[in-house]
Ligand binder design. Structure first.
Ligand SMILES: [Zn+2]
Ligand SMILES: [Zn+2]
Ligand SMILES: [Zn+2]
Length: 386
């Protein structure tokens, strides 16, 4: 659309009223006398993806002149003082984009991936994505840039979902930016896990707290489909978020049952199945991905469960496959019995309140008779067939 004289004049008057113009400024049809011209992304789909994020390395490097910023200073502007102001603002924003990109590219320099990573910053995540493509269940194939935006969007979506589940806001989140590395091969994963999460591993590594980092790779022998990998990411990011909820205290030692139970709740509620997602421990038994309701119901009916009083003492990494199922069902039970008490239980456990006291005060449950109440509830509420 061409600017009309009226609009241009209005722009100039507005600028003059704000005291930002000068006497040499004339009506400039190119920029409606604002000193700035829009820097639009032509592809509407890409424009929509970029609008959801703060920074994207792909956009900054592709649009060298504009760095993906929404405007450019008007070149040869007839309102030179306004163009100079726009130029000063543009230069400041462009320098910020360049500094952000240079810092992200240090990761590429360290890990030396075959193809450059796509780095994206959103409100709560710094994502480094090395997935060359993603095939959706609909058979739609996303390229590396689209795949990175998909995971960036999924991370933010999960973040809100998790906050809704526990009923808290960012005011109670002790770390507001989480770093996620999604690698495509074992060599890069091993280097990233050692360098950034300080956990040498060939599976997935985490640094919980401050900084809050999750490093993993799309191991084709484990994750057959994109939803499998997505679920794995959700499981681990729940550990990052729980680790900084209320206090920067990781429950893996003092309440391993709840740490894993809640992560599996996220899997079951969002994907309808759970599995060996917490595959940090190489020695962990293999668990197929399944709907856990019937499995837990069978365990309860065959009296194959472990007393909660014993289970609650175990570190998260010492839980057996069957115990993972049980801690999921216990957490599910507590959430369904009274959802708003679960975050309060977490707060108290993080403050070192003994579990038996917190359970009694918040749920009116005794840790010794807990198993009976819970087993009855499972028998009544869980399906026997998937
Ligand atoms: Zn992008
Ligand atoms: Zn102009
Ligand atoms: Zn886990």
């Amino acid at each position: 659309m061409r600017p009309t004289k009226g609009i241009a004049l209005a722009g100039l008057l507005a600028a003059a009223l704000l005291g930002s113009g000068s006497a040499q400024d004339k009506l400039c049809p190119k920029c409606h006398s604002t000193g700035r011209v829009p820097n639009e992304i032509e592809d509407a789909k890409v424009a929509e993806m970029e609008a959801q994020v703060i920074h994207c390395s792909h956009l900054i490097s592709r649009d060298r002149a504009g760095r993906g910023l929404p405007f450019l200073p008007c070149a040869g502007c007839l309102a030179p003082s306004l163009a100079a102001q726009a130029r000063a603002e543009f230069d400041r924003l462009a320098a910020e984009k360049d500094a952000w990109l240079a810092e992200r590219r240090l990761i590429d320099a360290t890990l030396q991936p075959r193809e450059a990573f796509v780095h994206i910053e959103t409100r709560h995540f710094l994502l480094t994505c090395g997935l060359p493509k993603v095939v959706l269940p609909s058979k739609v194939v996303l390229d590396a840039h689209e795949a990175a935006h998909l995971y960036a969007a999924r991370l933010e979506e999960f973040y809100s979902w998790f906050q809704t589940l526990l009923g808290y806001t960012d005011e109670e989140a002790r770390v507001l930016k989480h770093q996620v590395f999604l690698m495509n091969d074992l060599r890069t994963l091993m280097k990233a896990a050692t360098d950034y999460a300080q956990t040498p591993t060939d599976r997935a590594g985490r640094a919980v707290g401050d900084p809050s980092i999750f490093v993993t790779w799309r191991d084709r022998s484990v994750f057959k489909t994109d939803p499998d990998f997505h679920r794995h990411v959700v499981h681990h990011v729940s550990h990052l978020l729980l680790g900084v909820f209320h206090l920067k205290v990781w429950l893996v030692d003092r309440a391993g049952w709840l740490e894993e139970g809640l992560a599996h709740v996220c899997e079951m509620r969002l994907f309808g199945l759970a599995g060996n997602s917490c595959n940090i421990e190489q020695t962990e038994e293999d668990m197929p991905d399944e709907d856990w309701e019937p499995l837990v119901k069978k365990m309860v009916l065959q009296q194959q469960t472990v007393p909660f009083a014993l289970l609650q003492e175990k570190r998260a990494d010492l839980l057996t496959a069957k115990e993972h199922l049980q801690v999921w069902a216990i957490t599910d039970f507590l959430l369904k019995r009274d959802q708003k008490q679960l975050p309060e239980l977490i707060r108290r456990l993080k403050q070192d309140v003994p579990l038996r006291d917190a359970l009694r005060d918040l749920y009116d449950l005794n840790i010794v008779s807990f198993d009976l109440v819970w087993s009855d509830w499972v028998e009544e509420n869980y399906r026997l067939k998937p």
